[in-house]
Design a protein around this ligand. Structure first.
Ligand SMILES: [Zn+2]
Length: 343
């Protein structure tokens, strides 16, 4: 019987570690990333009897060392010097995009604790756990080598990847199922020859200049839905990407799952309409892949749904009796891939 080890983020020690605001669609909206998300997700996950929670315990020196491999030194220095009052870093934005979030000491402290959780989850996976889950905030997948964006400052998923590689777990696959494109993770892992990244997101992609994803390596596959997907379309795509991971990139030794719950109805940063039960199906599809999986929490802001989403995910992932193996149609040889992108 498999279990899911949830790694809880430590308190940042700062009362001011909630998101301040975010620029979206030309408007400044109040930030909605704070500790309430973690509390709801924890509540949902722990409803499952085979979910066990521990506190993040990675060493602070290891946190700094790992971050120094993934983010540029000037960027890390700038974050380390952040003051309590939020300020905008005009220079540290994704290519071609304006700043969309401010930085503050409280948010950086929270992001560091998120990284500690992600490191702990990856280390436990490397030590032999089948499924681990870094319950962390703020999200990280929009944070690039030298930029912050979309609530993200430090890239917790890239951190998990790096911990696994350092422990000799290679190659590593990343699957990002957040509503938004993982522009930061894709940029950070691009030079890593033993890492492939697959993602599913809504089109137009709001966090890439021009709205078009252009993968820079042939180890990236980005699937954009131009219409609101239904359950069948979405799950088939997850299966296809996992198949692609197996067949095109060679069998991964582990999977880092960037999991966003902002694909459900009512998410203030999303526009799709899945119910929380989609995550039970996603969990079953992932379990059927028979890979060690380190989950890293990304988005998901519909506070009323988060507990149900997380519970459904644990139910599906740990449902040993009913794994969902979708029959993926034989691949169409006429389907072309161009520089990593499905077209
Ligand atoms: Zn998102």
């Amino acid at each position: 019987m498999s279990e899911l080890l949830v790694v809880e983020q430590r308190d940042s020690g700062r009362p001011d570690d909630a998101a301040h605001w975010i620029l979206e669609g030309g408007q400044i909206l109040p930030g909605i990333d704070d500790g309430r998300r973690m509390a709801e997700l924890r509540r949902g996950l722990l409803r499952h009897e085979r979910v066990r929670a521990i506190e993040a315990d990675a060493d602070s020196e290891d946190v700094e060392q790992t971050l120094s491999v993934l983010h540029e030194p000037e960027y890390l220095e700038t974050l380390a010097e952040a003051a309590a009052e939020p300020v905008v870093l005009e220079e540290m934005t994704p290519p071609g995009l304006p700043p969309d979030i401010p930085v503050s000491a409280g948010l950086v402290a929270a992001a560091r604790e998120g990284v500690r959780a992600s490191m702990t989850a990856a280390q436990r996976l490397a030590d032999g756990a089948q499924f681990t889950y870094a319950l962390c905030r703020p999200p990280g997948h929009h944070a690039g080598p030298a930029w912050c964006a979309g609530y993200c400052y430090l890239n917790a998923a890239a951190v998990a990847v790096q911990v696994l590689r350092s422990a000799g777990v290679s190659p590593v696959g990343i699957l990002d199922l957040d509503f938004h494109y993982p522009n930061g993770t894709a940029a950070i892992v691009a030079p890593m020859e033993d890492v492939s990244i697959l993602s599913i997101q809504a089109h137009p992609v709001t966090n890439v200049a021009g709205g078009e994803v252009r993968p820079v390596t042939d180890r990236e596959v980005a699937h954009e839905f131009h219409v609101v997907p239904d359950r069948g379309m979405y799950l088939e795509t997850v299966s296809e990407l996992l198949q692609e991971l197996r067949e095109d990139f060679g069998p991964a030794a582990a999977l880092v799952l960037s999991l966003g719950y902002d694909i459900v109805a009512g998410d203030p940063h999303g526009s799709w309409n899945f119910g929380p039960e989609i995550f039970a199906d996603i969990g079953r599809v992932l379990a059927a892949a028979e890979l060690p999986i380190c989950v890293v929490q990304e988005g998901g802001y519909a506070l009323d749904s988060l507990a149900d989403c997380a519970e459904a995910f644990a139910d599906g992932l740990l449902d040993d009796s009913d794994r969902l193996v979708l029959a993926v149609p034989a691949r169409d040889p006429r389907r072309q891939r161009s520089n990593g992108r499905i077209v």
